[in-house]
Design a protein around this ligand. Sequence first.
Ligand code: SF4
Length: 263
Amino acid sequence: MRPPRPPVADWLAYLGELGYEEIYRQPALAASAPGGGPPQPPAEASTPAPSEDSPAPVPVRSGPAAVIRDGVRAAELARLAERAAGCTACPLAAGRQLVVFGSGPVDAGLMVVGEGPGAEEDRRGLPFVGRAGELLTRILAAIGLSREEVYIANIVKCRPPGNREPEPSEVAACIGYLERQIELVRPALLVALGKTAAQTLLGASGSMAQLRGPWYDFRGVPLKVTYHPAALLRNPALKRPTWEDMQEVRDRLLRERPPEEKP
Ligand code: SF4
């Protein structure tokens, strides 16, 4: 992970990662940022109270014993993926080409969770490899993470037809895979991308405007809700709040799972 950058440099780098080649500094925005920091976004709608604002820190794993445990957990993850590959527990099995189990290292500090595979993911068997996935890769790069450092998964492992939201019964049939993935990876932080992921992991209803904001707790793992990259492609105005969320994620990840010192 790269060291933190100053806020303005962060914001410009983020815009660059998202594909902006030019920006214009408006007088009103300049006035709102007298210290040269990034312009502040408009106030969001109120959010519900977090279930726990300061969850217990996740211990940093290191050393040979951790490597052995990682090997056991990786093998268990591989067995789970094999089981999912043959799963027919819900009607989504009938329309899929490939099960999209998830990808990433078993010792990932960050796990991001989306809704379900799209057409490209279904064809390739990998999560977040379409246009939204490319944007996710750029967002992660903007906070100093390569895609390969992050565990990426979805609520359901098979593509809902026409990219519709998964039915509650389909989520209920599939969620055990994700719960076990989270247990095995034991990330320092979770990010729920979009409403379906947020509502499922939090067991809550509500809009994204209501769910965004606080840190939550998912079985001992701090969880942040932000917008799904597909929503950013439809509505570029969501890039700024997503950036604010991901800055919080980056800062907390640096605290919870600091980069290992190079010898
Ligand atoms: S979506 Fe999940 S529960 Fe349904 S068939 Fe695919 S792997 Fe099984």
